[in-house]
Ligand binder design. Structure first.
Ligand code: GDP
Length: 305
């Protein structure tokens, strides 16, 4: 909770000062306050759709209670925001446990370059290892030499093996190699990095589709998880990327990185509201330990208190 509060510091400051401005000089929540509130949420990167959903819920409460003082507004907002965020459907991610009968548990990691994919894979590997799981990394982003190098550095830092091939080789071939190797070694968790090229949706679909087909040849229900990494410091851009990737492939969970040092963390609310896909972790720094389990109650609580 402490590192969450620390990581969200800037977002919280911006968020609360905007809310304070929205109710300045007002004692009750009226039309004007709701308008101000709408502007405040949009400017706090909550996104139009989610803002509209929140305002509609506040309006309902105002209509029901007739009178809501502005001093109560933060508490009510907190409740209503929390209520519209998607819940995760499984709890394994909290303990870095893996579901029974899924060995290796195969996680395919997708996202645009630069969002913190490699770093997040390192953090995940470290957490799974700390939970007593054996981990293997697959370097299927074969388009950038730097990507394989970075992942290799993380594999050494965490102390887990990596499967890689020469730059430019077929990503699906690396994925195939990696899953065969994981199955042969009896590895608990296989985490596969992919190239995040978004220039063309059809291309992205084909590439990820091919990797998924190859994985399912070795283990029929693999990948068990398709994890989308988004950079929270890019605000609405992260929301756009989420739209592109969820349209291109079946994303099962999301991780939002770089929430430390940005005031745009409100975008987490938009992402956790609009896709019906759980946000499982958030990144609040560059170190291995800077990955936090996303708990919607704690997150919203951190924004307000
Ligand atoms: P990739 O291209 O998506 O694999 O991105 P990298 O993992 O190489 O990360 C890009 C940069 O973002 C690096 O300098 C990382 O140290 C940094 N980074 C990754 N996650 C976080 C985070 O949660 N907070 C901060 N402040 N920096 C991060």
């Amino acid at each position: 909770k402490e590192s969450l509060d620390e990581g969200l510091q800037k977002t919280k400051e911006g968020f609360l000062s905007k809310l304070t401005k929205a109710i300045a000089g007002k004692s009750t929540v009226d039309e004007e306050v709701l308008d101000n509130l709408e502007d405040a949420l949009v400017s706090a990167d909550v996104g139009i759709d989610t803002t509209v959903a929140i305002i509609a819920r506040i309006e309902k409460r105002v209509a029901k209670d007739k009178y809501i003082s502005t001093s109560e507004l933060n508490k009510i907002l907190q409740e209503e925001i929390e209520a519209i965020l998607t819940d995760a459907t499984d709890n394994n991610y909290k303990s870095f446990d893996t579901p029974a009968g899924k060995k290796p548990y195969v996680i395919l990691v997708v996202g645009v370059n630069g969002v913190g994919k490699t770093t997040t894979i390192g953090k995940l590997a470290n957490n799974y290892k700390a939970a007593g799981k054996s981990v293997l990394l697959g370097a299927a982003d074969t388009f950038r030499a730097a990507a394989v190098d970075q992942l290799t550095i993380w594999s050494e830092r965490v102390g887990v093996p990596i499967v890689k091939q020469a730059m430019g080789s077929d990503p699906a071939a690396v994925a195939f190699d990696a899953i065969q190797s994981a199955a042969a070694r009896g590895t608990d968790v296989l985490i596969i990095d992919t190239a995040g090229r978004l220039h063309n949706k059809t291309h992205l679909m084909e590439e990820l589709g091919k990797i998924k087909r190859v994985l399912s040849k070795v283990i029929p229900d693999a990948p068990h998880e398709v994890l989308l990494i988004l950079d929270g410091s890019t605000g609405q851009n992260a929301l756009e990327q989420a739209k592109h990737f969820t349209a291109a492939t079946d994303v099962t969970a999301m991780i939002i990185t770089k929430l430390d040092g940005t005031a745009k963390g409100g975008v987490v609310l938009a992402i956790a509201n609009q896709f019906n896909i759980p946000v499982k972790y958030i990144g609040v720094g560059e170190k291995m330990s800077d990955l936090i389990v996303f708990d919607k109650h704690e997150f919203v609580d951190s924004l307000f208190n």
